[in-house]
Each structure stands twice: as C-alpha cells, then as structure tokens.
Design a protein around this ligand. Structure first.
Ligand code: E4P
Length: 216
C-alpha cells in the first residue's frame, strides 16, 4: 500500500518525506485555505513546490463544477508538473471530465466518494484513483472501511484498474484496516502516520535496554 500525506503544510510534508516512506500528497481547497494560500498564482506555486519536494503523485483539486470549467482548470493544473493528478469531484459533470482527461492522457483522482455506485462510475470513466472518505462515513454512523472493502471486491471481480485511495483518515487504526481490506493507497494526516510508530511496550523495552547498556 502506498502512503500519501493529506495536507498542504510544507513542514509536515517535509517531515513525512524524511521518513522515507512517502509516495505522494493529496490536497484540497480546505487544506490550501488552512495554509493561507490565496490567488491562482500562489496556489500554482505551492503545488509546484510540493512537486519539487516529493517524488510521487500530487493531487490538485479543481474548484469548477461544470464540465468545461473542470477541463480548462484541470489542463492548467496538469501543466504545472508531470506528477500532478487532477482531483475531480464525484458529480455528473465530474464523471464526464474524468472521461475527457482519461482520453487525453491526464490522470485523475475522483474525490468525495461515499458509495460503491460512485466508485463504479469513477472506474468506468477511467480515473487513476478513487477516494472514498472513511472518516466522514464513520461520522455519519456507518463504517468507512467497509466501503473500501466493498470497492476492493467489486474492482477485483470486474478487473477495474482504478486504484483505491482511502481518504479522510482520522487515526492509525484506519490505516491498518484499509491495508487489511486492500486499499492501494492511504492518504493520512501526519499524526495518523506517526501514530503507527507508537507502542508503550517499545518505549518501556527501549528504556530497559538503555538502562542495562550502562552496565556494559
Ligand atoms: C482527500 O483527498 C481529502 O483531502 C481528505 O482526505 C478529506 O479528509 P477530511 O474528512 O479529514 O477533511
């Protein structure tokens, strides 16, 4: 399973990248706004900086909601760097836009996916990635990982090539469960990635080894 970080924060991207296990980055307009990035030039420069920092797929989201607007905006985003993947919302014009980008050799990440039906449409249109939103599904009283499992089963039975990119990750257990049910990628906040490291018995064991090492 590939590891992406879900942030537009350069310090966090750097920290995750330095671990040596980072395969890409996902952003969205909310994450860009959180970093105080305003205006098209600043946004494009920020994407360029991220592309230069991380050798992997970088998702950049369109904000248009009509077919023509998404295509025009997506073409500009894709021109920033070869590693840019255009992120398109799961709406009717979004499906048309994904198909257009597929036919024109531009990779897409279909975002805001909350059902297996949406994931099937997204694969039919030829998206590189489908992004089911695990945490937001959990918030609505269901189990987001079960959706990842269902999509993985459908894609395997049907031979769809679209990769499942588990998004809206809230904790390390989400990452572990997504790996277990066959997600191809997990995009997570830095805290959830670092949370995988932690175990109290590791800390207790290391403290004891270091204490005993003084006796040597
Ligand atoms: C996906 O690519 C989105 O950026 C993200 O995972 C959304 O997560 P949230 O529900 O924590 O906002």
């Amino acid at each position: 399973m590939k590891f992406f970080i879900d942030t537009a924060n350069l310090a966090q991207i750097k920290e995750a990248n330095e671990l040596g296990i980072l395969d890409g980055v996902t952003t969205n307009p909310s994450l860009m706004a959180k970093e105080g990035i305003k205006g098209q030039e600043a946004i494009f420069n920020h994407y360029k900086t991220i592309c230069e920092m991380v050798n992997g797929d970088i998702s950049a989201e369109v904000v248009s909601t009509d077919f023509k607007g998404m295509v025009e905006e997506g073409k500009k985003l894709a021109a920033i760097h070869p590693n840019i993947v255009v992120k398109i919302p799961m709406i009717k014009d979004g499906v048309k836009a994904i198909k257009w980008f597929t036919d024109n050799g531009i990779r897409t990440n279909c975002t805001l996916v909350f059902s297996a039906g949406q994931a099937i449409l997204c694969a039919k249109a030829g998206a590189k990635y489908v992004s089911p939103f695990i945490g937001r599904i959990d918030d609505s009283g269901w189990d987001g990982v079960l959706l990842v499992e269902q999509i993985a089963k459908i894609y395997s039975v049907q031979g769809f090539k679209t990769e499942i990119l588990a998004a809206s990750i809230r904790n390390p257990n989400h990452i572990i469960r997504c790996a277990e049910v066959g997600a191809h990628v997990c995009t997570s906040p830095l805290d959830s990635i670092l949370g995988l490291l932690k175990h109290p018995l590791t800390d207790i064991g290391l403290a004891k080894f270091l204490e005993d090492a003084k006796k040597l």
